[in-house]
Design a protein around this ligand. Structure first.
Ligand SMILES: C[S@@+](CC[C@H](N)C(=O)[O-])C[C@H]1O[C@@H](n2cnc3c(N)ncnc32)[C@H](O)[C@@H]1O
Length: 219
């Protein structure tokens, strides 16, 4: 273990979970409904959503882009941290996920209290191409891992200097150090972590929350 670091165990994670601002009721209901519809429970953990909300508030973010909507959990959570008039543009490949997310975005009744969510159905790479340069204050990448380098390249164009780039699953679904990882995306995550760590245009760190969250500031 390195100087001034504490080995974070499952007990610490539980301790953090119990002391994080609780998840709102709608997001808890969304997860139950998504499971009932057969949508895989691979949304971010509540404490990770809370950290992302704090970072967005601290960055005074208004415009956020996301690749990987799934059921809309992280998109709605992020929108709740934006001011009225703010927006999360979130991209989802699977029509079933996009339609479920739209339904729950409507239920969340966001626009009057905070930012809104717009769900774009399509592939991350294609939709990102259509987003203007410097049109976002933050990005959250949470889709197919092999495309992360391409999503990062787009994010560096779309997110303004001083904005945030957050990328999920830096710990490769818990298999970062496995000799033979069973998850087929684990090698892509490892390669991306090396790629991300070499970006000169970003100050970045992996935060050990959830499955490891890259947080970078565009320089
Ligand atoms: C881990 S889930 C996203 C979870 C969501 N960010 C949350 O925390 O609530 C990944 C999503 O990315 C979607 N996806 C996979 N490949 C994609 C692509 N090429 N373009 C856009 N979305 C994609 C999947 O269908 C899935 O819904």
């Amino acid at each position: 273990m390195s100087e001034n670091s504490t080995l974070v165990t499952e007990r610490h994670f539980e301790y953090i979970r119990q002391r994080t601002t609780p998840e709102d009721k709608l997001l808890a209901e969304l997860k139950l409904a998504a499971r009932a519809k057969g949508i895989p429970p691979i949304w971010v953990a509540p404490e990770q959503a809370s950290l992302m909300q704090i970072l967005l508030r601290a960055a005074c973010a208004r415009e956020v882009i996301e690749v990987g909507t799934l059921a809309g959990y992280s998109a709605i959570a992020m929108a709740r941290a934006l001011p009225v008039g703010g927006r999360v543009r979130t991209i989802e490949l699977e029509p079933k996920h996009a339609s479920f997310a739209r339904e729950w975005v409507a239920k969340a009744d966001l626009a009057e209290h905070c930012g809104r969510v717009e769900v774009y159905e399509g592939s991350g790479a294609t939709v990102l191409e259509g987003f203007e340069a410097c049109s976002a204050d933050a990005a959250f990448l949470d889709a197919d891992k092999a495309s992360y380098p391409l999503y990062l390249e787009h994010s560096l164009r779309i997110v303004r200097p001083g904005g945030l780039i957050m990328v999920d699953n830096a710990f490769a679904f818990g298999q970062l150090f496995d000799d033979k990882p069973s998850d087929r995306e684990a090698p892509a995550v490892r390669a991306f972590n090396e790629h991300m760590s070499r970006q000169s245009g970003l100050q970045s760190v992996i935060v050990p929350i959830g499955d490891g969250l890259w947080v970078g500031v565009v320089l």
